[in-house]
Design a protein around this ligand. Structure first.
Ligand SMILES: NC(=O)c1ccc[n+]([C@@H]2O[C@H](COP(=O)([O-])OP(=O)(O)OC[C@H]3O[C@@H](n4cnc5c(N)ncnc54)[C@H](OP(=O)(O)O)[C@@H]3O)[C@@H](O)[C@H]2O)c1
Length: 391
């Protein structure tokens, strides 16, 4: 266990309060506060390089007492190193001789977790590394919260709430999902220029280019579950597997989920000849929140389902949008017109423009707009508080 730099009791500072109340100015020098905010902004810029899903976007940075950046880390999705560990390991890799971190500060956009899950608790790693000071942005609203207190008790100088609003806004829909005890939902729209996902005769393979479909497979491979409606299963007989660009099965396969009341016909590809419960399930409901809450109670590969990719068709996608249960959208726009056929989204209860749900460009994961062969992939999230680290 480390002690803080002065060897005395760890200071406990809330930067949000500090910037608002003059009496806190003695606790946190103005220059320190400005420097902390500038460095937290860099951690936010790192966070946005990650991917959304089961876990929040998090950036972390180790900075020397002189203000030099020693290493920058970010979280790359569920099952991978947390941002704090990424920053600590990068530091060790770049400084093989080791170096005393007792005078260094670790910046993290989110309160370090104190929970051992797929990854070790960040609080333990920080304490073991002997980091003298930790500055974090948002508090962790999940059951992993309370890490700041653990660090303080270990004698580390902890400053909480630096750029808290921006850090919270970065993951505003992840917090919504956590508060609703449901998985994070990504919606997939592979559509024509006129917003259609199938022609009049039901054909829909393929509207988008191979590059766009490869991207969908990447998203599938990191989701815990893929969900489609009973009609898509009946019409398209999809495999619902995650595959590499060369067609091999990806290492990680999501749970295959069918939503709706019509029984799944035996012999359909998604069952792979296996009984229900073995790699695939049917959720016998038309209510999206019920479906998600059921999934939250389901384990797949030994872990609870925390990230669902909703791939369609129109009825199911519309139900999720209408219930405000979509947290992220990948809209693949292909350069063809159908004129008739099935729209990607149907009636979602909007009767006048002011009722339309609005979305914001999402700068995470490669930026808000990517060209994929002939298609454009637009990455969006529901408009909430400001969500871009630049804002
Ligand atoms: N371009 C693409 O990427 C893409 C992706 C997927 C699908 N598609 C196309 O989309 C078409 C299928 O769309 P779809 O809208 O007919 O089918 P769908 O959304 O896949 O399934 C509709 C069925 O789901 C059930 N369901 C479950 N929850 C529901 C809810 N809240 N509201 C309404 N229905 C609910 C209902 O059946 P029950 O009676 O069984 O409950 C309903 O008939 C196909 O042509 C397919 O090829 C295209």
């Amino acid at each position: 266990m480390s002690e803080n730099r002065s060897g005395g009791p760890a200071a406990s500072t809330d930067a949000t309060t500090a910037s608002a109340s003059p009496e806190c100015a003695d606790t946190l020098g103005k220059d320190d506060a400005v420097q902390d905010e500038a460095l937290m902004q860099q951690a936010l810029d790192a966070a946005i390089l990650g991917v959304r899903g089961a876990n929040p976007l998090v950036g972390a940075m180790l900075v020397s007492e002189a203000g030099d950046v020693l290493s920058i880390g970010h979280h790359r999705g569920a099952g991978t190193h947390h941002a704090e560990r990424d920053a600590l390991e990068r530091f060790r890799r770049d400084h093989p001789g080791g170096s005393d971190l007792g005078t260094a500060t670790l910046y993290s956009t989110l309160e370090p977790c104190r929970h051992q899950g797929r990854q070790p608790a960040c609080t333990e790693l920080i304490i073991d590394a002997g980091v003298g000071r930790v500055v974090h942005g948002a508090s962790d609203p999940s059951s992993n919260g309370g890490g700041a207190e653990v660090l303080r008790r270990a004698g580390i100088d902890v400053v909480s709430g630096v750029l808290a609003q921006q850090c919270q806004a970065l993951n505003h829909r992840w917090v919504t999902a956590a508060n609703q005890s449901r998985p994070f939902v990504t919606a997939h729209l592979a559509q024509t220029m006129d917003g259609r996902i199938a022609a009049e005769d039901g054909t829909s393979q393929w509207i988008t280019s191979k590059a766009a479909r490869d991207h969908t497979h990447q998203v599938r491979s990191r989701a815990d579950a893929i969900l489609v409606g009973t009609n898509t299963v009946a019409v398209d007989d999809p495999r619902l597997t995650a595959r590499t660009p060369s067609g091999e099965l990806s290492l990680r396969q999501p749970l295959r989920v069918v939503m709706g009341m019509t029984p799944v016909r035996p012999g359909l590809q998604l069952t792979q000849g296996l009984p229900e419960g073995d790699g695939w399930v049917q959720l016998r409901t038309r209510d999206p929140l019920t479906a998600l809450q059921e999934l939250a109670q389901t384990t797949h590969g030994g872990y609870p389902v925390k990230h669902v990719l909703v791939e369609g068709g129109q009825s199911v996608l519309s139900a999720f949008f209408a219930a405000d249960l979509v947290d992220e959208v990948f809209a693949y726009q292909a350069p063809l017109l159908l004129g008739t056929g099935r729209g990607s989204v149907g009636d979602i209860g909007v009767r006048t423009l002011s009722e339309a749900p609005r979305f914001a460009l999402d700068p995470a994961e490669g930026g808000p707009v990517q060209i994929m062969d002939s298609d454009v992939c637009v990455h969006l999230q529901p408009k909430g508080d400001t969500c871009s680290p630049e804002s």
